[in-house]
Design a protein around this ligand. Sequence first.
Ligand code: GDP
Length: 364
Amino acid sequence: GFRMGIVGLPNVGKSTLFNALTRTASAQAANFPFCTIEPNVGEVAVPDTRLDKLAGIAKSKQIIPTRMTFVDIAGLVKGASKGEGLGNQFLANIREVDAIAHVLRCFEDDDVTHVDGRVDPVSDAETIETELIIADMESLEKRLQNIVRKVKGGDKEAIQQERLMKDALAVLEEGKPARMVEVAEDDQKAWRMLQLLSSKPVLYVCNVNEADAATGNALSEKVAAMAAEQGNGHVVISAQIEEEISQLDAEEAAEFLEELGLEEAGLDRLIKAGYDLLHLETYFTVGPKEARAWTIKTGTQAPQAAGVIHGDFEKGFIRAETISYDDFIAHNGEQGAKDAGRMRAEGKSYTVKDGDVLHFLFNN
Ligand code: GDP
């Protein structure tokens, strides 16, 4: 599955947000409670109203949303790359996530101390990014030394790695994140293997007070501008509201949201924004037993999409009977779509589209 790491300076609202995420039952149907894997790791359902509609038409007994994993990565402070605070453990945790949800304090409250004595989310974002940049530089310098011998020996892979590492270092040394390096298509795989912390996409989570939850505020606007410039994402959330919502049942939560002028719980928006940031899509499998959503990267071909369900589906892939979401709805289900000639037999080179309802045929 896909993993999002929650980071941020101390006292910005990370724990509040993570606890709300892990307790919320709102968007998650009762049959899909949040499950805690480890104290700081949790899986949440990706909210998707399409799944409920498909299940309604197919009279599916069970609805199983697709999931995203959140990891609460505490301990980042200025100097973390030098091993202060939880330093190295923290950095190792970041290496393992696909994207970073960076919580920024965008609320004023004299009772909550700010580590630097002032509320400035843009500067906080820079503080953390700098730590990631320094950590990347140090790891690259070490790794460059370690492959010198292989490069001299003419090892093609090592030569490619060395070239990419040097490209990265040049950018990092200008104080910019590795995300800014332009990577050719042929180098993408080797680049990902470098697992640079500052190459991960970032979703800024602007934590605002209750009164600003619907509108944002001057601080969150500054973050939005920064995110746009960097090509990163941002969402405005009030962690305190989310914590309150997490203690309500679905109906009460909906009423509370309406009172606040919010269409959707912040956590749902956070999950969706993470999905967008990672270029993820959903396809569905629908039958009387269950309706289920599956996550793939945009551009995934049918056999690899099948492989998300089971390795055997990918290995023995024959074809995918495919109905688009719109056709499934318009023709009132699989049989109707079939009768209307809207079911397609797609082969190995088919690129799965968001919302496709798929039925895989495969050899055992
Ligand atoms: P962490 O250190 O980043 O995990 O921060 P916490 O989640 O522990 O929050 C630090 C303090 O800020 C706690 O006392 C929270 O109740 C408070 N807090 C969190 N979010 C908000 C908010 O949106 N507004 C206000 N006023 N306080 C908040």
